[in-house]
Structures are given as C-alpha cells and as structure tokens.
Design a protein around this ligand. Structure first.
Ligand SMILES: [Zn+2]
Length: 521
C-alpha cells in the first residue's frame, strides 16, 4: 500500500510539475518578448545615462530609524555595456541644502566629492582622487548583477533564464494588477520586475548581500519612459531604495532625473587595468599592539578593535566591518587570553554599518552586545535575527538557534553609561552628547590605563590647524570635559593611538572657538 501511494505521488509530480512550470515559463517568454518590443531592449548593446539628483550614504543614518543621509548629485552618469558585462558610474556629490547629519562623509561636504566605480566581468575597481585604479574585486559580483536589474538589462537577463516565471499580482490600493516576472541570474541572484499594461517595466525588487542586512532589499522604480531613437525607449527618472525593512518606511538611496540617455554609445566597454587584474584578494590582516596590562589594540585593517582581559572573562570593544573581520578579531582575542576564558562582552561604539557589521559574529560567539538603547529594536529585530542569509551566509545564519530562549543571544542597552568591571579592570561606555554623526555614539573609557576609545571623532593629527579640526573632534573634546574623564591616551577605531597632550593642544583652541559666546570664556 505504502509503495503504491509513493508511486502515485511520484507520477503526479512528473505530470503536473513540469507542465505547470512550462506554462509559466512560456507566459514569461511572451511577456518579455512584448516588453522587448515595447522598449527595444534587444537593440541596446550599450547605454549611457547622464543626469542630476541625490544620493545617500548607506548604513550611515543618524539613528537606526532615520533615512540615509543624503547629498545632491551635481552630476551623475552611468554607462553600461551589456555584452562585456561592464558598467561605469561617475558622480559628483555636493552638500546642497541637505542636513549635515549622519556619517559617510565629513559633513558638511566642502566643495565637490567625486567618485567613479567600475566593473568589467569579474573585475571591479574605483578611481581614486588622482584617477588611479583601486581594485575592488570583492564587489565585482554585485556590481555585475546590478547590470541585470537596469531597465534593458532586466529584460535581457530574464529572457536568458529558461525558468523565468510570470504571475499576476494585484496591488492593494493601486487598484490594478501588474504582471510580475521573476528570474535568477549568476546562479543565485533573484529579481522580480513589475510590468504595466503597456509592457513597461515599472519597478524591480531584488536582494544583494550585506553584512548587516543579510539579503538586503533593493527596490528600483523606473518612470518617465521616453523615446531615444531607433525604436528604443529608456526611463528618465530612476528612484532607488536600499535596506528597507519592516521597522522603517522607505530607505531612500538614490533619485536621479536623466537629462540625456544615449543608446549604443562609442567606447562603452572597459579595459581592466593590469593592477586590477593582478590584484590579490584582500586578506583579513590582524596586527596586535599591547596598550597596557590586559589591554590590546587589534589593528591591521581599516577599523581597530580593543581586547580587554578581566579576571574571569574578556571583552572586545568594536565588532567592525563583517563576519570575516570580527571572527578574526575574536580568534586573536582568544589567542591573547588564557584558554577557556570566555569573551563575555562586545561593546559597540555606534550603529553605522562599518562599525556594527561584525556584531552577528559576536552574537554567534555568545557574547553580550553592549549598545545604546536607541539601537535595541533594530539590532534585536532586524540585524541579529538568525534567519538564513542565502546570498552570503555567515556564522549566525549557518548555526541556527531558537529565538524562544534560552539562547545565546544577549544584548544590554544603556542610555547614558554602562560599566563592565571586576573591581580592578573596568571599561565604561558613555553616551556622546552634541554630535551630528550618530545619535547613539559612545566613547569607551578604561579608568585603570586612562585610555579612551572613540570612533569617527578623530583625534586629528597633531598640529592640525584650528580651522581644519572637525566638529566631531570638538564634540569628543566637550564630552571628555563634561564627563571629567582623566585621559592619557586616545585609541581611535580608525588610525593610530595618540596622546591626550596632543589632543589638548590641537582640539582645545578649536573647542574654545566653537563655544557660544553666551557660555562665556
Ligand atoms: Zn560612523
């Protein structure tokens, strides 16, 4: 009996499965053919958009529930060569009238901030201020994938997927039904595109990998489709979200209005510079320096961490960047401390993604995350959820644990001050007031060694002219005075330790100058 049932199930799966799949695939093909006819995607070998608009700094919002900090795009251009899988994006960012709050740039931006990012197949690079190529080959996959969610790229990539599907989706509130095409490309990236009654692509929704967000949502709306000659149409308005999640409304990433769109431009394909072609894959580099008894600076990359040994456990200040970096910092800390001592705490300076991208690794390690109470909801309900991350699995997503508790996930939130102490060694997190960079910013003080750990507030190089001292460094100075901290050494998350004597000499005059006259002296 059991065998018969199994056989029946197997037979019906064979009959129904492929039949249903085939019908959906045929429909997708017909719709995509109509979409191709409508905008001439098949005739577009390369395309160049130029325009103006605004762009944001991803993961650098003032608080976890604010929109990304945005600046104006004085100019923007994107040139894509579909056959060569190459794309070049150039932009000039200026402050405009946007509020100078949040991170990502030294706000307000003075003058113009240029950026050029490129991809060609499996190679990616940026141009630095001198116009020299800087290899970014780790970004090549996502940059290449983004070619396939451009207006004409979507149609090309969906047509190339024999398993592309189409479904009708009724949009609540919109009073209409759109046809939604779904496809997979490059073996793992999935995208859906919504087509209107005229077979025009209105919106693309997809995911790209991100250390904080996991499979991070990207939504791109295409509108203002215009004829650009030779039976080709292109959208002149592009609006993009990145990092939307259930606790916020839309996270605006980019909005551009094209002034000009040209198809089949000359020299759209790119030559990969030799320096990029031969660049070695970046390795996680760990360099440890002892700062005091039981206190080590774990550097060697763009972001430092500080390991502190207590009598019965250890703590790490900052879990930066991503899983790879923070797992290496955890391993190094274990090497520094006696075997069997646990890393009980990981102290976070602020929520910006480059400073919190390794918190998941710390969580998986079983450490208690110490952070400002403003971050609690976002960390517990978005960033630290152990669900699978299909595009870039990390330690937490690969070793699931129950969320009903008791589980390894622990988070301590504070408003003004949080101390970890064994009576001898202590580390104390203080909330930083009056800072435009991040509302949740903490500085971390070690009273025994008089070390102060800070992020994104300098200290500036000794001898920096008073007019070049950033408001962030002045905020650091004012908070040290407010809290009456007796500091000998500054240990920044970016860069090298420096003395408080230098800090006083360099930042003191800037702080005095910035002080409102009403406060006196
Ligand atoms: Zn920051």
């Amino acid at each position: 009996m059991r065998n018969v049932l199994l056989t029946l199930v197997a037979v019906s799966a064979l009959l129904l499965g492929p039949a249903v799949g085939l019908a959906a695939a045929q429909n997708a093909k017909a719709l995509l053919q109509a979409a191709d006819n409508a905008v001439g995607a098949g005739k577009v070998n390369s395309i160049q958009y130029t325009g103006t608009g605004r762009i944001s700094y991803l993961g650098q919002n003032f608080t976890t529930v604010d929109d990304w900090p945005r600046v104006d795009l004085k100019s923007w251009s994107q040139t894509i060569d579909y056959g060569n899988k190459s794309a070049k994006e150039e932009m000039i960012r200026v402050q405009g009238n946007n509020p100078p709050r949040g991170g990502g740039a030294g706000f307000p931006i003075t003058g113009e901030q240029r950026s050029t990012t490129l991809v060609s197949g499996n190679y990616a690079w940026n141009l630095n201020a001198q116009g020299q190529p800087q290899a970014q080959n780790d970004d090549a996959e996502v940059r290449q994938f983004m070619i396939w969610v451009t207006p004409h790229g979507f149609i090309k990539a969906a047509m190339a997927d024999p398993n592309a599907t189409v479904t009708d989706r009724e949009f609540v509130g919109a009073g209409r039904t759109l046809r939604v095409v779904g496809f997979t490309t490059m073996g793992k990236y999935k995208a859906t595109g919504e087509f209107d009654a005229q077979n025009m692509l209105e919106r693309v929704v997809t995911w790209i990998p991100n250390p904080v967000m996991g499979d991070m949502q990207v939504e791109i709306r295409y509108s203002d489709w215009r004829d650009i000659g030779n039976g080709i149409k292109a959208p002149f308005h592009i609006h993009m979200h990145q990092g939307d999640h259930p606790l916020v409304r839309g996270m605006n990433y980019m909005d551009v209005q094209a002034g000009d769109v040209k198809a089949n431009v000359q020299s759209a394909s790119l030559t990969v510079p030799d320096a990029v072609r031969t660049a070695a894959a970046p390795l996680v580099n760990i360099q440890t320096t002892k700062l005091a008894d039981g206190v080590w600076l774990i550097g060697g990359g763009s972001h430092n961490s500080v390991a502190v040994e207590f009598k019965d456990f250890a703590a790490i200040i900052e879990a930066p960047l991503d899983d790879a970096r923070t797992n290496a910092v955890i391993a190094e800390t274990k090497r520094l401390i006696p075997p069997g001592k646990q890393i009980r705490y990981v102290v976070n300076t602020h929520h910006h993604w480059d400073h919190s991208g390794g918190l998941r690794a710390a969580y998986a390690e079983g450490a208690t995350i110490v952070t400002n109470e403003m971050n609690k909801d976002f960390y517990e309900r978005v960033q630290l959820v152990p669900q699978p991350r299909t595009l870039s699995p990390d330690r937490l997503s690969q070793f699931p644990f129950a969320t009903t508790g008791p589980g390894p996930g622990k988070l301590e939130a504070f408003r003004d001050r949080y101390a970890i102490s064994d009576g001898d060694q202590s580390i104390i997190s203080y909330h930083v007031e009056g800072l435009n960079h991040a509302a949740d910013m903490a500085i971390v003080y070690l009273p025994k060694s008089k070390i102060l750990v800070s992020a994104d507030m300098g200290p500036p190089a000794a001898g920096t002219p008073v007019e070049n001292v950033s408001p962030n460094s002045v905020a650091l100075y004012n908070n040290i005075k407010r809290l009456k901290l007796d500091v000998t050494q500054h240990v920044p998350i970016h860069g090298n330790p420096s003395s408080n004597a230098d800090f006083e000499r360099t930042v003191g005059p800037a702080a005095a100058r910035a002080r409102p006259a009403a406060e006196g002296g």
